[in-house]
Ligand binder design. Structure first.
Ligand code: HEM
Length: 492
């Protein structure tokens, strides 16, 4: 046996107990005492080590998306899109890439019910031959705000009241009354879609606009969409109360049980693309995250399928320690100027350095599955065993060199420094269209949820009027319905 080759894992277990340093433990039942009644000796190193480990079993939970379930599987290309991207994992139909996926709720704690009205996270890590690609999306295709500067305040408003620790509508409606760009997201959240039946029956979306680059360097804006092959299903409010009341982990259980039973959840991946040369011809800005791209003019193009066919072996290692980041991309896929995406590029790795430590990308679930190399090393919990003597670059002794150059977006930037809102806000059109596309009963449920929210006694007249005015601008009849339910007179 080469003692230096052994890595800690359950495959390297002894049949008997040991301490963390490998010494045999001959009694794992009783503390070491003087006489049969004690006191306990501090020299009971095994007891101290056992308690110290236990005392530190929890790590900080994610600041958002704390509650989640994950599973493994593969992504398979079904359609050739090499005219759009040189991404290696999309190189030809039939190519398969291993993935891990994590679904989540957003606002509440790690043990909260999975039946709450909340967006759902849909994050996919592709372990490609050119490094990992993280598509960190949600089940809704748009987002509440378009500038990342607002994200921490937005989350504070949606999270429980810091005094009572209860989520309260007056705080949410107060904050968002300053942000009419959130209306579109609220047409998803307060719709039936606001409580998915479980994680298998929901759409996914990359939400932010990314870019695809082909090997000639031609760029297209792209939006990614996942569609479940078993269809989208939701829980109506009463059903959610019933399901959540009997099992607060119903979605985690459904995912786990389906995979155990061999009924593998599957989604098809589609893209929509826009040539940036033509971006001005739309009434929305393609890098505005509060907008959807109309499918009648920008059709969904099929790309591949995602199949989840393996449950995780360990929740802590493959869910709590799992770290996704929208900055993690591969050649052939790039960011866009979407301000929210630009903010996300910083935030995820930053929180993960805090939540998991600076070497979180060495953890097996996060590490690339391809060969990788650089001189970022050491720090807390480094467990990379390195024996090279050259840890600087460049060097005439170490042959490590730059990778081959891959295409980058060629855009040229000029402009003065600004802090401002984008020009084409167009906040009301798409929410109104969405509302009008629903049958009457679905519209009624939407109105009912808004009436409930706006009836919170701490929602002021001013805030209630602002919301009625916003919804009137989206759809006049919707505004009138809300006003009449809430006994508010609206200016015409
Ligand atoms: C500027 C805006 C945003 C910021 C600053 C932000 C920040 C964060 C942070 C700090 C986390 C916790 C990560 C961790 O601890 O591992 C997180 C998780 C997550 N975010 Fe965001 N977020 C933003 C917008 C969005 C948007 C637009 C989406 C949807 C596309 C999204 C989807 C997710 C998902 C799915 C997770 C959970 C990933 C997992 O399962 O571990 N976020 N976000």
């Amino acid at each position: 046996m080469d003692p230096y080759k052994q890595r800690p894992s359950s495959a390297y277990n002894t049949p008997f107990w040991t301490t963390n340093s490998g010494a045999p433990v001959w009694n794992n039942n009783s503390a070491l005492t003087i006489g049969s009644r004690g006191p306990i000796l501090l020299e009971d190193y095994h007891l101290v080590e056992k308690l110290a480990n236990f005392d530190r079993e929890r790590i900080p939970e994610r600041v958002v998306h704390a509650r989640g379930a994950s599973a493994k599987g593969f992504f398979e290309v079904t359609h050739d899109i090499t005219h759009l991207t040189c991404a290696d994992f999309l190189r030809a139909p039939g190519v398969q890439t291993p993935v891990i996926v994590r679904f989540s709720t957003v606002i509440h704690e790690r043990g909260s019910p999975e039946t709450l009205r909340d967006p759902r996270g849909f994050a996919v890590k592709f372990y490609t031959r050119e490094g990992n690609f993280d598509l960190v999306g949600n089940n809704f295709p748009v987002f509440f705000v378009r500038d990342g500067m607002k994200f921490p305040d937005m989350v504070h408003a949606l999270k429980p009241n810091p005094k009572s620790h209860i989520q309260e509508n007056w705080r949410i409606l107060d904050f968002f009354s300053h942000h009419p760009e959130s209306l579109h997201m609220f047409t998803f959240l307060f719709d039936d879609l606001g409580i998915p039946q479980d994680y298998r029956h929901m759409d996914g979306s990359g939400v932010n606009t990314y870019t695809l680059i082909n090997k000639e360097g031609k760029v297209h804006y792209v939006k990614f969409h996942w569609r479940p092959t078993c269809g989208v299903k939701c829980l109506l409010d009463e059903e959610a109360i019933r399901v959540g009341g009997s099992n607060h982990s119903h979605a985690t259980q459904d995912l786990y049980d389906s995979i155990e039973a061999g009924s593998y959840p599957e989604w098809k991946l589609y893209i929509q693309t826009i040539d940036p040369d033509h971006e001005d011809k739309y009434d929305f800005d393609p890098v505005d995250v509060t907008k959807t791209w109309p499918e009648d003019i920008l059709p969904l193009q099929p790309v591949g399928r995602l199949v989840l066919n393996k449950n995780i072996d360990n929740f802590f290692a493959e869910n709590e320690q799992l770290a996704f980041c929208p900055a993690i991309i591969v050649p052939g896929i790039y960011y866009s100027d979407d301000k929210l995406l630009q903010t996300r590029i910083f935030s995820y790795a930053d929180t993960q350095r805090h939540r998991l430590g600076p070497n979180y990308l060495q953890l097996p679930v996060n590490a690339p599955k391809c060969a990788h190399h650089n001189n970022h090393h050491d720090g807390f919990m480094n467990f990379m065993h390195r024996d090279e003597e050259v840890n600087y670059f460049p060097s005439r002794i170490d042959p490590a060199h730059h990778a081959e150059r891959y295409p980058q977006p060629p855009a040229v930037y000029t402009g003065k420094r600004e802090r401002c809102v984008i020009e084409k806000e167009n906040n009301f059109k798409q929410p109104g269209e969405k509302y009008r596309s629903w049958p009457a009963d679905r519209q009624e449920r939407f109105v009912g949820r808004w009436v409930d929210a706006l009836s919170d006694p701490r929602v002021t007249h001013e805030i209630r009027n602002i919301w009625i005015s916003y919804w009137s601008q989206a759809d006049k009849s919707l505004g009138q319905k809300l006003a009449s339910h809430l006994n508010v007179k609206i200016d015409t």
